[in-house]
Design a protein around this ligand. Sequence first.
Ligand code: UD1
Ligand code: CA
Length: 452
Amino acid sequence: MLAVAILAAGKGTRMRSTLPKVLHKLNGKSILSRVLDTCFELNPDKVFIIVGHKNDVIQKSFENHKFANKINFVLQDPQIGTGHAIQVLSKELKTFKGKLLVLNGDVPLIESKTLKGLIKFHDKKQADASIITTTLENPFGYGRVFLKNDQIDKIIEEKDCNNDQRTNKVINSGIYCFDYKSLKNTLTKLTNNNSQKEYYITDAIFLLNKSVSYKIINSDEIKGINNRIQLSECEEIIQKKLTKIHMLNGVTFINPSSTTISEDCEIGKDVVIECNTHIRGKTKIENNCIIGPNTFIESSFIKENSIISNSSIYNSEIMENVRIGPYSHIRPESKISKNCKIGNFVETKNSYLSESVKVNHLSYVGDSSVGKFTNIGAGTITANFDGLKKHKSIIGENCLIGSNSVLIAPIKIGDSVTTGAGSILNKNVENNSLAISRVKQVNIKNWKKSNL
Ligand code: UD1
Ligand code: CA
């Protein structure tokens, strides 16, 4: 039997945030949900999250989690230490026999294969407790691990160390596998005789007969997050790992450290990601695209051979061989078909552009559909909002929409229509017509400027 307890009740004071520490996000996912998802990869029999500070907010954030019905929240109030958290949990584990894996809710990068290694090691050693440890060049803030005859003698918190003890670079990860029966006997014996006046789970180690160290080399995995500097360091670790994977798969990053990408992002071969490009959500980019510089793409699909520069794209589909930018804003539900060109200062929203459409300059195309080979002249606006409702503009194929046209929706423009530059149109236009609505030009000869 394997039970997992994730400690997440603390105040997280060092984050200086109204949001509970464990709900801060790393690459779009909360710190705690990362720990939780990793623990479910172990197929545990029971999962507990110890909550306290702002427990309602934390619990609510997991309402729609895919394993919501398997998560047991245990309330720790007041929050007087990690050992106290396990004391509270013990009321739920009265008849439990087996292993208790304790994870700190603020150590999010731990991988399931490392946890599996810990459990295997624990079984092999037949220990009362097995603890993931590592050596850090800068161990500041972590509990220090002291060994005696190949076993862990005790763990002393940074704040409780004397100067000599503080030079020890072997640290406690906050990840423990306990034989629960042995641990249970120590819980009542914990004291709060320390600088923080808290009951520490680490003190149980001293009380147990056999505690062993499962030493890992990759200290990135056990980085704890107590403040926003550590939060950004974890984000950097994730980013470095992701860009490395993509580079090995055939993606060029001109300047990886200026780029951020999401874990759910798929990128094809020979894609070039230029500087300062950010790809979020479930985005797929096919082969041979050039993305960036200065581009933001969220939850979108970009087909092969497209070039996107200095632009933002949200929840949209871009087909093959499309040019977007610089400075285009492709808002949700835009579908841009193959060979289209969307130019500078053009905004699209909830619109379907058929193949080879050109919207090259300074336009707004919203709630519209545009037929193939149509050219939308500079400054054209689909006026889709009447103050109450949004309406559709339907523009046919092979049209030439003159510069600075305003198409007042709802409106239907047929195929092969030309509209005069500067026209304001609010009536449908039949196929093959010229629609023009502007004041005729008047030239007054010999006009003299008044002498003011
Ligand atoms: C803890 C360990 C330290 C280890 C470090 C690794 C203790 C005493 N110290 O220190 O040895 O090196 O983690 O990152 O355990 N929590 C509760 N209830 C409480 C207090 C804390 O659930 O009453 C939770 C917190 O929300 C947090 C976790 O326990 O997720 C660790 O608490 P924190 O205060 O961050 O401990 P550290 O000082 O980091
Ligand atoms: Ca911590």
